[in-house]
Design a binder for this molecule. Sequence first.
Ligand SMILES: [Zn+2]
Length: 227
Amino acid sequence: MKSYWHAFWALLFPRTCLSCQEALAEGEYLICTTCHYELPRTKSCLTGHSTIEEKFAGKIRITTAHAYLKFQKGGKVQHLLHQLKYNNQPEVGEWLGRLFGLEIKTAGLAADLLLSVPLHESRLRQRGYNQSDCIAKGISEVTGIPWQDTVLKKVTPTTSQTNKTRIERFQNVENVFEVLNKSAIEGQRIALIDDVVTTGSTLEACAQVILENGCQELHIWTLASAT
Ligand SMILES: [Zn+2]
């Protein structure tokens, strides 16, 4: 009886793939098997060849920097991130976080604490959740590395980083992050989590305050990379 209603319900309200919009088959979750298979993974953690390390080289002292997926305009990753950020689908972030976490675990990368790049409270209210928290939650579930959202705070809202020069981009995010709980960071191996890295200025500013508060190691793990 239960499966009859399930089938009936699915007929009325078919679930569709969040990436290609095709109907999902039974047992498929959020995206179809084809899209899952075709996700453009960088395999950066596994090969050790980081695609984003050079964005931070010579600017901040980091131990590793990895992006799980390649972001391309109009591509699958952009569709998924759009669902996560603008279509009230936090479970997309958690699910992708779990996939990323599996790769982190397989690669044997270690950290004591995951911290996600915070949103300003005005944006948080608007969206209802921080997409980077969702990703961190997923990574935490698989790797067992604890996650906290009360250590960092974004104290100033920022404008878009697009169409700004490198200097302007850095000035735009300078002093916008604050550490609320220094003891959570001191002497710890911290992994900073974000959804997508483009120029790296926001992550750089956030990483700066973590380093200033005496962490032992800093890792930058982002779900996607725009280059
Ligand atoms: Zn699909």
